[in-house]
Design a protein around this ligand. Structure first.
Ligand code: UD1
Ligand code: UDP
Length: 374
């Protein structure tokens, strides 16, 4: 009988990074694969699954506007727990550090089922940054059986925490697998996308494009106000167009709409679907973001990233010079943007090295590890 594998995922980045693994494992005839979406995200998750032609087998509804972490977790523990009563997988796979991933791993553990963790071993060792993700991923590591570490550095961290070498495999980051699939589709002649058409007709590509995203809880409040003030100053620079697809979280929407709407040099839009976002990243001159995934993707597209955070669990991209931490300090953000715009040598120093997050083969490595070990 085929072994049963259950994927549990809830948010946009999990869907992007897990999609290539789901597709790879589904291709193998050896597994019965089920995908459970927790409903932590709704519209921005669906966009991704549609793009990768993945239809979830179990769909939970947990999203509520502005719910607390405790409300979300308690709902998910109950609902995900029920799934394990009817469907007993041999392996549950989660990704990263979200609430959905933490709950999926814990419920797997409660049921004594093997847990596989993609993107294992990322750390800042600062429990409030990113909040609550740093603790989510540490908790997940404690109950994981198969640790799919994206880099040697992440594997080393896990070993230092006492994880047995034999249970760790360095895979590269599956985000690059997804990016390669995405870029190929977007470049194909038959590809048709409404949001790309909208961007083509709205944006002025004779200007330098500064692409912005942000959603981290530790930046809510003062941090977002500082970021908005910095963007207002950047918008006054010559020949600049800021494009900001705004995360649906009301803690992001409110300050961004309050400070940045009605500005000729700032285009605010809804979150873009994944192909449109890739398309726009490729066109961007600079990216300002607090996103984790974008820190890993942008190096492949050779776009400098200024990270709107004080910490990062992506030290590899700092070491290769692809990204730079600027936090939420208005003066620092504006200074760094100007430096990038005015100094070609500095600009090109961001894309001198290869992307440290892999070559798009991570899903195959994960599949072959599972084939050998499950
Ligand atoms: C979550 C993850 C974070 C990940 C991010 C990716 C946790 C604790 N955080 O943060 O690690 O980087 O997703 O985006 O798991 N909303 C909608 N529609 C959607 C999605 C969200 O309206 O499709 C709004 C809702 O008001 C929701 C709020 O955004 O309550 C926050 O969503 P939530 O999943 O709690 O946190 P994120 O900030 O998205
Ligand atoms: N992304 C997207 N549309 C957007 C913004 C981001 O498809 O409008 C993609 C981006 O390419 C990356 C992922 O979403 O792969 C990052 O998600 P997010 O920033 O929400 O989460 P994080 O990576 O910080 O966990």
């Amino acid at each position: 009988m085929n072994k049963k594998i259950l994927f549990i995922l809830g948010t946009r980045p999990e869907a992007i990074k897990v999609a290539p693994v789901i597709l790879a494992i589904k291709k193998s005839a050896n597994y019965d694969v089920k995908v459970c979406t927790t409903g932590q995200h709704r519209e921005i998750l669906k966009q991704v699954l549609d793009f990768f032609d993945i239809v979830p087998d179990i769909v939970l509804e947990s999203m509520e506007i502005n719910q607390t972490l405790a409300q979300l977790s308690s709902k998910l523990f109950k609902e995900v727990g029920l799934i394990f009563e009817t469907y007993r997988p041999d392996l549950v796979i989660v990704h990263g550090d979200t609430t959905s991933a933490m709950v999926g791993a814990m419920v797997g553990f409660y049921n004594r089922i093997k847990v596989g963790h993609i993107e294992a071993g990322l750390r800042t060792f600062n429990k409030f940054s990113p909040f609550p993700e740093e603790i989510n991923r540490q908790v997940i590591s404690r109950v994981t059986d198969y640790h799919f570490a994206p880099t040697i550095n992440a594997a080393t961290v896990l070993k230092q925490e006492g994880v047995d070498d034999i249970n760790i495999i360095v895979t590269g980051n599956t985000v690059i697998d997804a990016l390669f699939i995405g870029v190929e589709k977007v470049q194909s002649e038959t590809f048709n996308n409404k949001q790309i058409k909208y961007l083509e007709s709205t944006l002025d590509f004779s200007k330098k494009i500064v692409l912005v995203t942000g959603h981290r809880r530790e930046n809510f409040g003062g941090g977002f106000v500082n970021i908005c003030e910095a963007l207002l100053e950047v918008s006054e620079l010559e020949n600049i167009q800021i494009v900001y697809p705004v995360h649906p979280n009301p803690n992001v929407q409110d300050p961004v709409n309050k400070y940045l709407s009605n500005n000729d040099n700032i285009v605010l839009c809804d979150p873009l679907d994944y192909p449109a976002f890739i398309w726009l990243m490729k066109k961007a001159n600079i990216i300002l973001t607090d996103s984790g995934g974008i820190q890993e993707e942008a190096p492949s597209l050779k776009v400098p990233v200024l990270v709107l955070r004080d910490t990062t669990e992506r030290p590899e991209a700092i070491a290769t010079g692809h990204i730079k931490l600027v936090g939420t300090d208005k003066i620092k953000i504006v200074k760094e943007v100007k430096h990038l715009l005015n100094n070609d040598e500095y600009y090109s120093s961001f894309s001198k090295s290869e992307n440290p997050y892999g070559d798009g083969k991570s899903s195959e490595i994960i599949l072959s590890y599972i084939e050998k070990n499950l």
